[in-house]
Design a protein. Structure first.
Length: 320
Protein backbone atom coordinates (compact mmCIF):
# COMPACT_ATOMS: atom_id res chain seq x y z
CA UNK A 1 0.00 0.00 0.00
CA UNK A 2 1.43 3.39 -0.98
CA UNK A 3 1.76 6.04 1.70
CA UNK A 4 -0.94 8.70 1.52
CA UNK A 5 0.55 12.19 1.05
CA UNK A 6 -1.04 14.94 3.17
CA UNK A 7 -0.01 18.50 2.30
CA UNK A 8 -0.81 21.29 4.75
CA UNK A 9 -0.99 24.76 3.21
CA UNK A 10 0.21 27.38 5.69
CA UNK A 11 -0.99 30.92 5.00
CA UNK A 12 0.11 34.15 6.65
CA UNK A 13 -1.42 34.54 10.12
CA UNK A 14 -1.82 30.79 10.55
CA UNK A 15 -2.69 29.61 14.05
CA UNK A 16 0.21 27.37 15.20
CA UNK A 17 -1.94 24.89 17.08
CA UNK A 18 -4.20 24.27 14.12
CA UNK A 19 -1.24 24.09 11.75
CA UNK A 20 0.16 21.25 13.88
CA UNK A 21 -3.01 19.15 14.08
CA UNK A 22 -2.60 17.26 10.76
CA UNK A 23 1.01 16.38 11.51
CA UNK A 24 0.16 15.18 15.02
CA UNK A 25 -2.85 13.07 14.00
CA UNK A 26 -1.92 11.76 10.56
CA UNK A 27 1.73 11.47 11.52
CA UNK A 28 0.76 9.24 14.43
CA UNK A 29 -1.21 6.76 12.31
CA UNK A 30 0.70 3.53 11.78
CA UNK A 31 -0.21 0.14 10.40
CA UNK A 32 0.09 -3.27 12.04
CA UNK A 33 3.76 -3.38 11.01
CA UNK A 34 4.47 -0.04 12.67
CA UNK A 35 4.98 1.76 9.36
CA UNK A 36 3.48 5.22 8.92
CA UNK A 37 0.30 5.38 6.87
CA UNK A 38 0.58 9.06 5.95
CA UNK A 39 3.40 11.30 4.76
CA UNK A 40 2.63 14.81 6.08
CA UNK A 41 4.34 17.82 4.53
CA UNK A 42 3.80 21.58 4.90
CA UNK A 43 4.06 24.21 2.20
CA UNK A 44 3.54 27.95 1.81
CA UNK A 45 2.59 30.07 -1.17
CA UNK A 46 6.20 31.02 -1.86
CA UNK A 47 8.21 28.35 -0.05
CA UNK A 48 9.38 30.88 2.53
CA UNK A 49 8.63 31.56 6.22
CA UNK A 50 5.03 32.22 7.22
CA UNK A 51 3.91 34.79 9.75
CA UNK A 52 1.91 33.07 12.49
CA UNK A 53 -0.86 34.34 14.73
CA UNK A 54 1.62 34.14 17.63
CA UNK A 55 4.79 36.19 18.14
CA UNK A 56 6.94 34.00 15.91
CA UNK A 57 7.28 33.03 12.28
CA UNK A 58 7.20 29.47 10.96
CA UNK A 59 9.91 28.19 8.64
CA UNK A 60 8.39 26.22 5.76
CA UNK A 61 10.66 24.29 3.44
CA UNK A 62 8.27 23.63 0.55
CA UNK A 63 6.55 25.84 -2.01
CA UNK A 64 3.19 25.46 -3.77
CA UNK A 65 4.54 22.86 -6.20
CA UNK A 66 4.19 20.36 -3.34
CA UNK A 67 0.42 20.59 -3.76
CA UNK A 68 0.73 18.67 -7.04
CA UNK A 69 1.79 15.58 -5.04
CA UNK A 70 -1.04 15.74 -2.47
CA UNK A 71 -3.63 13.03 -1.95
CA UNK A 72 -5.15 15.24 0.77
CA UNK A 73 -4.78 19.00 1.17
CA UNK A 74 -5.47 20.58 4.58
CA UNK A 75 -6.14 24.31 5.04
CA UNK A 76 -5.71 25.29 8.71
CA UNK A 77 -7.20 28.51 10.06
CA UNK A 78 -5.60 31.90 10.16
CA UNK A 79 -6.24 34.37 12.98
CA UNK A 80 -8.08 36.72 10.65
CA UNK A 81 -9.05 36.53 7.03
CA UNK A 82 -6.05 37.90 5.21
CA UNK A 83 -5.37 39.17 1.71
CA UNK A 84 -5.50 35.61 0.34
CA UNK A 85 -9.32 35.80 0.50
CA UNK A 86 -10.83 39.20 -0.30
CA UNK A 87 -14.47 39.89 -1.19
CA UNK A 88 -15.10 36.17 -1.26
CA UNK A 89 -12.47 35.45 -3.92
CA UNK A 90 -9.02 33.89 -3.87
CA UNK A 91 -6.04 36.12 -4.43
CA UNK A 92 -4.23 35.43 -7.73
CA UNK A 93 -1.34 33.83 -5.82
CA UNK A 94 -3.60 31.47 -3.87
CA UNK A 95 -5.70 30.70 -6.96
CA UNK A 96 -2.51 29.70 -8.80
CA UNK A 97 -1.56 27.43 -5.90
CA UNK A 98 -5.01 25.81 -5.86
CA UNK A 99 -4.78 25.15 -9.58
CA UNK A 100 -1.90 22.79 -8.81
CA UNK A 101 -4.12 20.45 -6.75
CA UNK A 102 -5.20 17.26 -8.51
CA UNK A 103 -8.94 17.01 -9.22
CA UNK A 104 -9.19 13.80 -7.20
CA UNK A 105 -7.36 15.13 -4.11
CA UNK A 106 -9.30 15.29 -0.85
CA UNK A 107 -9.77 18.82 0.54
CA UNK A 108 -9.99 19.51 4.28
CA UNK A 109 -10.41 22.75 6.22
CA UNK A 110 -9.95 23.47 9.91
CA UNK A 111 -12.03 26.28 11.39
CA UNK A 112 -12.14 29.34 9.10
CA UNK A 113 -9.88 27.60 6.62
CA UNK A 114 -13.32 26.88 5.15
CA UNK A 115 -13.27 30.38 3.62
CA UNK A 116 -10.45 29.28 1.33
CA UNK A 117 -12.37 26.23 0.13
CA UNK A 118 -15.51 28.30 -0.39
CA UNK A 119 -13.62 31.02 -2.27
CA UNK A 120 -12.17 28.29 -4.51
CA UNK A 121 -15.74 27.24 -5.35
CA UNK A 122 -15.40 23.66 -4.12
CA UNK A 123 -18.13 24.05 -1.46
CA UNK A 124 -20.85 25.32 -3.80
CA UNK A 125 -24.00 23.24 -3.30
CA UNK A 126 -22.44 21.28 -0.45
CA UNK A 127 -23.08 21.25 3.27
CA UNK A 128 -20.21 22.72 5.29
CA UNK A 129 -19.36 24.15 8.68
CA UNK A 130 -16.99 26.72 10.15
CA UNK A 131 -16.41 28.35 13.52
CA UNK A 132 -19.76 29.37 15.00
CA UNK A 133 -18.69 33.01 15.41
CA UNK A 134 -18.13 33.31 11.63
CA UNK A 135 -21.09 31.25 10.47
CA UNK A 136 -23.43 34.14 9.63
CA UNK A 137 -20.73 36.05 7.76
CA UNK A 138 -19.66 32.88 5.98
CA UNK A 139 -23.23 32.22 4.82
CA UNK A 140 -23.70 35.81 3.60
CA UNK A 141 -20.39 35.69 1.75
CA UNK A 142 -21.01 32.29 0.16
CA UNK A 143 -24.78 31.84 -0.28
CA UNK A 144 -24.25 28.78 -2.51
CA UNK A 145 -22.86 26.85 0.49
CA UNK A 146 -25.28 25.13 2.89
CA UNK A 147 -23.74 26.23 6.18
CA UNK A 148 -24.43 24.19 9.31
CA UNK A 149 -23.08 26.10 12.33
CA UNK A 150 -24.21 23.51 14.87
CA UNK A 151 -21.88 20.59 14.15
CA UNK A 152 -18.25 19.71 14.80
CA UNK A 153 -17.45 18.67 11.24
CA UNK A 154 -19.07 17.80 7.94
CA UNK A 155 -17.97 14.98 5.64
CA UNK A 156 -19.11 15.48 2.03
CA UNK A 157 -16.86 12.78 0.63
CA UNK A 158 -14.04 14.54 -1.18
CA UNK A 159 -14.48 17.80 0.77
CA UNK A 160 -14.53 17.96 4.58
CA UNK A 161 -14.87 20.97 6.87
CA UNK A 162 -14.57 21.40 10.63
CA UNK A 163 -15.46 24.01 13.22
CA UNK A 164 -13.02 25.28 15.89
CA UNK A 165 -9.65 23.96 17.05
CA UNK A 166 -10.66 20.76 18.85
CA UNK A 167 -13.03 19.77 16.07
CA UNK A 168 -10.05 19.85 13.70
CA UNK A 169 -8.65 16.98 15.75
CA UNK A 170 -12.03 15.23 15.58
CA UNK A 171 -12.12 15.61 11.81
CA UNK A 172 -8.58 14.32 11.28
CA UNK A 173 -9.33 11.31 13.49
CA UNK A 174 -12.53 10.76 11.50
CA UNK A 175 -10.49 10.72 8.30
CA UNK A 176 -8.05 8.18 9.75
CA UNK A 177 -11.02 6.07 10.86
CA UNK A 178 -12.57 6.35 7.40
CA UNK A 179 -9.30 5.42 5.69
CA UNK A 180 -7.99 2.70 8.01
CA UNK A 181 -10.65 1.77 10.55
CA UNK A 182 -11.40 2.29 14.23
CA UNK A 183 -8.41 0.40 15.62
CA UNK A 184 -5.85 2.67 13.93
CA UNK A 185 -7.79 5.84 14.80
CA UNK A 186 -8.18 4.76 18.41
CA UNK A 187 -4.43 4.22 18.74
CA UNK A 188 -3.79 7.72 17.41
CA UNK A 189 -6.34 9.17 19.84
CA UNK A 190 -4.73 7.40 22.79
CA UNK A 191 -1.33 8.81 21.85
CA UNK A 192 -2.83 12.30 21.62
CA UNK A 193 -4.80 11.74 24.86
CA UNK A 194 -8.08 12.81 23.27
CA UNK A 195 -11.45 11.07 22.92
CA UNK A 196 -11.29 8.60 20.02
CA UNK A 197 -14.63 9.67 18.63
CA UNK A 198 -16.93 12.65 18.80
CA UNK A 199 -19.76 12.42 16.31
CA UNK A 200 -19.60 15.16 13.69
CA UNK A 201 -23.25 15.93 14.40
CA UNK A 202 -22.47 16.87 17.98
CA UNK A 203 -23.11 20.52 18.78
CA UNK A 204 -20.33 23.08 18.78
CA UNK A 205 -19.60 24.63 22.16
CA UNK A 206 -21.23 27.93 21.32
CA UNK A 207 -20.86 30.73 23.84
CA UNK A 208 -23.86 30.77 26.16
CA UNK A 209 -24.55 31.64 29.82
CA UNK A 210 -22.94 29.18 32.24
CA UNK A 211 -25.69 27.16 33.96
CA UNK A 212 -25.99 27.13 37.71
CA UNK A 213 -23.99 24.31 39.36
CA UNK A 214 -26.11 21.20 39.74
CA UNK A 215 -25.68 17.75 41.17
CA UNK A 216 -27.67 16.44 38.24
CA UNK A 217 -25.38 14.94 35.60
CA UNK A 218 -25.72 12.27 32.97
CA UNK A 219 -22.05 11.26 33.10
CA UNK A 220 -22.57 8.26 35.37
CA UNK A 221 -25.41 6.82 33.33
CA UNK A 222 -23.45 7.34 30.11
CA UNK A 223 -20.57 5.36 31.60
CA UNK A 224 -23.00 2.65 32.67
CA UNK A 225 -24.64 2.55 29.24
CA UNK A 226 -21.29 2.02 27.53
CA UNK A 227 -20.60 -0.98 29.78
CA UNK A 228 -24.05 -2.41 29.01
CA UNK A 229 -24.10 -1.47 25.32
CA UNK A 230 -25.30 -4.94 24.27
CA UNK A 231 -28.39 -4.75 26.50
CA UNK A 232 -31.76 -3.18 25.63
CA UNK A 233 -32.23 0.21 27.30
CA UNK A 234 -34.97 2.76 26.94
CA UNK A 235 -34.99 6.50 27.53
CA UNK A 236 -37.19 5.91 30.55
CA UNK A 237 -34.69 3.40 31.96
CA UNK A 238 -31.77 5.79 31.52
CA UNK A 239 -33.69 8.64 33.16
CA UNK A 240 -34.68 6.41 36.05
CA UNK A 241 -31.06 5.42 36.70
CA UNK A 242 -30.18 9.13 36.82
CA UNK A 243 -33.02 9.82 39.28
CA UNK A 244 -34.53 12.34 36.87
CA UNK A 245 -37.73 12.68 34.96
CA UNK A 246 -37.50 11.88 31.26
CA UNK A 247 -37.92 15.55 30.43
CA UNK A 248 -35.18 16.71 32.83
CA UNK A 249 -32.84 13.91 31.78
CA UNK A 250 -33.27 14.67 28.08
CA UNK A 251 -32.65 18.39 28.63
CA UNK A 252 -29.59 17.79 30.82
CA UNK A 253 -28.21 15.18 28.41
CA UNK A 254 -28.47 17.55 25.46
CA UNK A 255 -26.78 20.33 27.45
CA UNK A 256 -23.85 18.07 28.37
CA UNK A 257 -23.42 16.03 25.20
CA UNK A 258 -24.96 18.15 22.46
CA UNK A 259 -27.36 15.53 21.14
CA UNK A 260 -30.31 13.43 22.29
CA UNK A 261 -29.88 10.27 24.39
CA UNK A 262 -31.23 8.05 21.62
CA UNK A 263 -28.93 9.50 18.96
CA UNK A 264 -25.94 9.22 21.29
CA UNK A 265 -26.76 5.62 22.16
CA UNK A 266 -27.19 4.65 18.51
CA UNK A 267 -23.83 6.25 17.67
CA UNK A 268 -22.09 4.36 20.47
CA UNK A 269 -23.70 1.08 19.34
CA UNK A 270 -22.40 1.77 15.83
CA UNK A 271 -18.92 2.41 17.26
CA UNK A 272 -19.03 -0.99 18.93
CA UNK A 273 -20.38 -2.72 15.83
CA UNK A 274 -17.68 -1.22 13.62
CA UNK A 275 -14.95 -2.31 16.03
CA UNK A 276 -16.30 -5.87 16.06
CA UNK A 277 -16.62 -5.96 12.26
CA UNK A 278 -13.03 -4.79 11.91
CA UNK A 279 -11.32 -6.77 14.66
CA UNK A 280 -13.28 -10.02 15.00
CA UNK A 281 -14.56 -12.91 12.91
CA UNK A 282 -17.94 -12.94 14.64
CA UNK A 283 -20.91 -13.57 12.34
CA UNK A 284 -22.86 -10.42 11.57
CA UNK A 285 -25.85 -11.57 13.63
CA UNK A 286 -23.63 -11.85 16.72
CA UNK A 287 -22.09 -8.45 15.98
CA UNK A 288 -25.61 -7.03 15.93
CA UNK A 289 -26.42 -8.65 19.27
CA UNK A 290 -23.20 -7.62 21.02
CA UNK A 291 -23.52 -4.03 19.85
CA UNK A 292 -27.10 -3.77 21.10
CA UNK A 293 -28.93 -3.66 17.78
CA UNK A 294 -30.46 -7.07 18.36
CA UNK A 295 -30.93 -8.10 14.75
CA UNK A 296 -28.88 -8.07 11.59
CA UNK A 297 -31.61 -6.06 9.87
CA UNK A 298 -31.42 -3.31 12.51
CA UNK A 299 -27.62 -3.14 12.30
CA UNK A 300 -27.74 -3.05 8.50
CA UNK A 301 -30.32 -0.26 8.55
CA UNK A 302 -28.35 1.97 10.93
CA UNK A 303 -24.95 1.31 9.35
CA UNK A 304 -26.28 2.00 5.89
CA UNK A 305 -27.98 5.20 7.04
CA UNK A 306 -24.77 6.42 8.66
CA UNK A 307 -22.01 5.51 6.20
CA UNK A 308 -23.90 4.02 3.26
CA UNK A 309 -22.66 0.43 3.36
CA UNK A 310 -23.84 -2.93 4.67
CA UNK A 311 -22.06 -4.75 7.54
CA UNK A 312 -20.56 -7.25 5.11
CA UNK A 313 -19.28 -4.50 2.81
CA UNK A 314 -17.85 -2.60 5.78
CA UNK A 315 -15.97 -5.67 7.01
CA UNK A 316 -14.66 -6.37 3.52
CA UNK A 317 -13.35 -2.80 3.23
CA UNK A 318 -11.41 -2.85 6.49
CA UNK A 319 -10.29 -6.46 6.53
CA UNK A 320 -9.51 -6.88 2.84
Amino acid sequence: MSVHRVVVLALDGVIPLELGIPSRVFGGAVGADGAGLYDVRTCSLDGGPVRSEADFAIVVEHGPDLLETADTVVIPATHELGPEVEDGRLSPELAAAFARIRPDARLVSICIGSYVLAAAGVLDGLRATTHWSHADHFQRTYPAVRVDPNVLFVDEGRVLTSAGVASGIDLCLHIVRRDHGAEVANRVARRCVVPPWRDGGQAQYIERPVPEPSSESTAAVRHWALEQIDQPMSLEHLAQRSNMSVRTFTRRFREEVGTTPNRWLTARRLDRARELLEASDLPVDLVAQRSGFGTTASLRQHLNATIGVSPVAYRRTFRG
